[in-house]
Write a protein that binds this ligand. Sequence first.
Ligand SMILES: NC(=O)c1ccc[n+]([C@@H]2O[C@H](COP(=O)([O-])OP(=O)(O)OC[C@H]3O[C@@H](n4cnc5c(N)ncnc54)[C@H](O)[C@@H]3O)[C@@H](O)[C@H]2O)c1
Length: 261
Amino acid sequence: MTDTFNPATAFRLDNRACVVTGGGSGIGRAIAFGLARAGGRVHLVDRNTEALAQTRAAMAAEHLDAVTHTADVTDQAAISAAFDAVAARDGAIYGLVNNAGIAIRRPATELAESDWDKVVGVNLTGVFLCARTAARQMLAAKTGAIVNMSSIMGLSGGGLYPNISYQTTKGAVVNLTRALAVEWAPYNVRVNAVAPTWVNTDFIRPLLDNPELVARMQAVTPLGRVAEPEEIVGAVLFLLSPAAAMVTGHTLPVDGGFLAQ
Ligand SMILES: NC(=O)c1ccc[n+]([C@@H]2O[C@H](COP(=O)([O-])OP(=O)(O)OC[C@H]3O[C@@H](n4cnc5c(N)ncnc54)[C@H](O)[C@@H]3O)[C@@H](O)[C@H]2O)c1
């Protein structure tokens, strides 16, 4: 057998339409830079128009392009319109990063049902709606790759603070990833997930502002620190890229060893 693996091309996404939800800030923004540098035609979907504009401007300053779409991932009509616009401009969506997410950290006995519904809506239903909307293009094209953003909180009971709706949805994303991977494998569409540890973004700013809590995060992480957003990008790029052509249904922790204990 000839060895055809070439790392210079295996991790490239040249001219492939890639959508990042929650691309306006934090991890999604870092992913946007990474996918653009890998040659992808990057489209950012976020409900925050201002954040989208800031990310697009920051990318333009580095000579990287991104098209922005203001849409809420829980709004099927808005997602359909945005994904149609992606296809009209750059062809069928090849890569989808389901990254938009929220948390409402409350003890389970005190969490309002409406707050439970909000978290389930964005973190679980939003992932499902975006995945199937993109997949309608991918299945027809017989190619595509989806990466869902789970969390170490989807693979453990957490424990440093109560976060029941978040933990439940991030765990559900792990099995949604498996089930969609199996359903869409016959169409050469791969579905994987990434499960980051705590990442230095505004998402966990109130936690990071508490030195005692940060010390506990460090203590339960073998590598002894929280991650930077840029440290999540490589795993996402790998799973989207041709280098991962035989990988589907997998959840890849990027966790400094948290889950190895
Ligand atoms: N930061 C962490 O410690 C951490 C750890 C593990 C997993 N994650 C996951 O990574 C993802 C990104 O987190 P982050 O830290 O970058 O958060 P962030 O708050 O910095 O960014 C999230 C982005 O998603 C957007 N968004 C939220 N709800 C939306 C909706 N309904 N429709 C469209 N856009 C919406 C926000 O406007 C924001 O731009 C989330 O799914 C989060 O659960 C984060």
